[in-house]
Design a protein around this ligand. Structure first.
Ligand SMILES: *Cc1c(COP(=O)(O)O)cnc(C)c1O
Length: 442
């Protein structure tokens, strides 16, 4: 028998030691690249446990968590009602590969908040949902070309892993090795919030377009809103040319408002709705769960009813649906989003105030429980401007805050998240730490 200690008995459980061990067996030591801290440098924190607004790393250090698993943890960690639902569901069986009543309940609960969708299908990740929505849009329209926008992330399906070249209507070059150019030849990438580029692309390719996919508030280039004139024109052009408008609300859905960002655009632009929508993150409450949906006519093209194939062994998983349902029940209670919005706004306004007091340029924005801030004088409106903000200052800010027990996203192109578990005292503690850090950043 080996005399090695079990991994659980090792004493040397520092973040650095774990990172070294991880890198021996997992590429880069992580199972999703941003976790490796490459953008900011340094050693990732290995998380041992989390409760409410806090996470503790392997060295026992506590952090106020503004990542929330990149969005899902809108109630904070370890919410008792959610935990209870998950434990009960697990006791009844982990997976059946047969339909359950809970899948209907979750579909009903989501559809009740999203009037643009008549039907949806559950899957296990945002990537899978985006990829399936794209296939369905192509199948339903019989067209191949799609438009996406620079800086928007829709998961890592091949056809969506494209960055723009500069200029108008550039056909994308794959952003990742392993994606043959033929696979992205139908993907047109345009700058975000650029009406002229949009009109030019529709002029050139309108009749060949299956869909336009967009993050309505882009959270994968920090926090950038699609302007109302841009969104209104996008809706008009899609309708005119018979292309489906697909809202990727994996991040914004049930996070910026009940019903997602489309609820906000519908309020500002009467009658506005997308043709299809993609959800994830919050609707799973921290378990692997996502969804895509649309009108009955479009969704009826899916197998087993129609010719567009899509399937999943763990789709609609009973434990994940229990987690999502319990989460949705909590966040649909009256006053939930008002309170969350106020707390989030207090954080962002406070950060901006403290930065300005120290003479550091900073701008911020938030909606519901999602926020962003930039070391810049004005809020960016596209990806190029986001990437031109002060990276060096951001990185110093990030590390100095982490040292003080405040965990913001480890890259300047990521959004941040506040949960219902974050108290006014947590925000105050964050702002006190930020005051010290901004003073040193001048
Ligand atoms: C996170 C995210 C995805 C991908 O979801 P995964 O569950 O990570 O596959 C897709 N679109 C948007 C807008 C996202 O934020």
């Amino acid at each position: 028998m080996s005399t090695d200690q079990s991994p659980f008995e090792r004493e040397n459980m520092t973040n650095a030691a774990l990172f070294e061990r991880a890198q021996r067996v997992i590429p880069g030591g992580v199972n999703s690249p941003v976790r490796a801290f490459r953008a900011v440098g340094g050693t990732p924190r290995f998380i041992a446990r989390a409760q409410g607004a806090y996470m503790w790393d392997a060295e026992g250090r506590r952090y106020i968590d503004y990542i929330g698993s990149w969005g899902p943890m809108i109630l904070g960690h370890g919410h008792p009602v959610v935990l209870d639902a998950v434990q009960r569901a697990a006791a009844d069986g982990l997976s059946f590969g047969a339909p359950t009543e809970r899948e209907i309940e979750l579909a009903e609960a989501i559809l009740a908040q999203v009037p643009s969708m008549e039907q949806l299908r559950l899957v296990s990740s945002g990537t899978e949902a985006g990829m399936s929505a794209l296939r369905l849009a192509r199948g339903a329209t019989g067209r191949a070309k799609i438009i996406k926008f620079e800086g928007c992330y829709h998961g890592h399906a091949d056809a969506l892993l494209v960055k723009a070249g500069s200029g108008l209507a550039t056909f994308g070059h794959p952003t990742s090795a392993g994606v043959p150019p033929e696979v992205v030849q139908h993907t047109i990438v345009l700058p975000y919030n650029d009406v002229a580029a949009l009109e030019a692309a529709f002029d050139a390719h309108g009749r060949e377009l299956a869909c336009v996919m967009i993050e309505p508030i882009a959270g994968n280039m920090n926090f950038v809103r699609a302007s109302l004139p841009f969104m209104a024109r996008l809706r008009e052009l899609c309708t005119l040319h018979g292309a489906l408008l697909v809202f990727d609300e994996v991040m914004t859905g049930f996070r910026v408002a009940l019903g997602g960002a489309q609820a906000l655009y519908a309020k500002a632009l009467p009658g506005f709705k997308p043709d299809m929508s993609v959800f994830g993150k919050v609707i799973g409450g921290g378990m692997p769960l996502a969804a895509f949906g649309g009108t009955r006519a479009v969704m009826g093209q899916l197998a087993p009813l129609g010719p567009v194939y899509q399937a999943g062994t763990l789709s609609g998983n009973p434990v994940a649906t229990a987690c999502g349902l319990a989460t949705l029940r909590e966040i649909t209670k009256p006053g939930f989003f008002e309170a969350l919005s106020q707390r989030t706004r207090a954080l962002v306004d406070g950060l901006v105030r403290e930065a300005h007091a120290a003479g550091v340029p900073l701008v911020g924005d938030s909606e519901g429980g999602m926020f962003g801030f930039f070391f810049a004088d004005r809020l960016p409106r596209d990806y190029g401007v986001v990437m031109a903000t002060d990276k060096e200052r951001f990185n110093r800010f990030f590390h100095a805050m982490l040292e003080r027990g405040v965990y913001f996203a480890p890259a300047l192109y990521e959004a941040g998240f506040v949960s219902a578990a974050h108290t006014a005292a947590d925000v105050d503690a964050t702002l006190s730490a930020a005051r010290e850090v901004f003073a040193a950043l001048k």
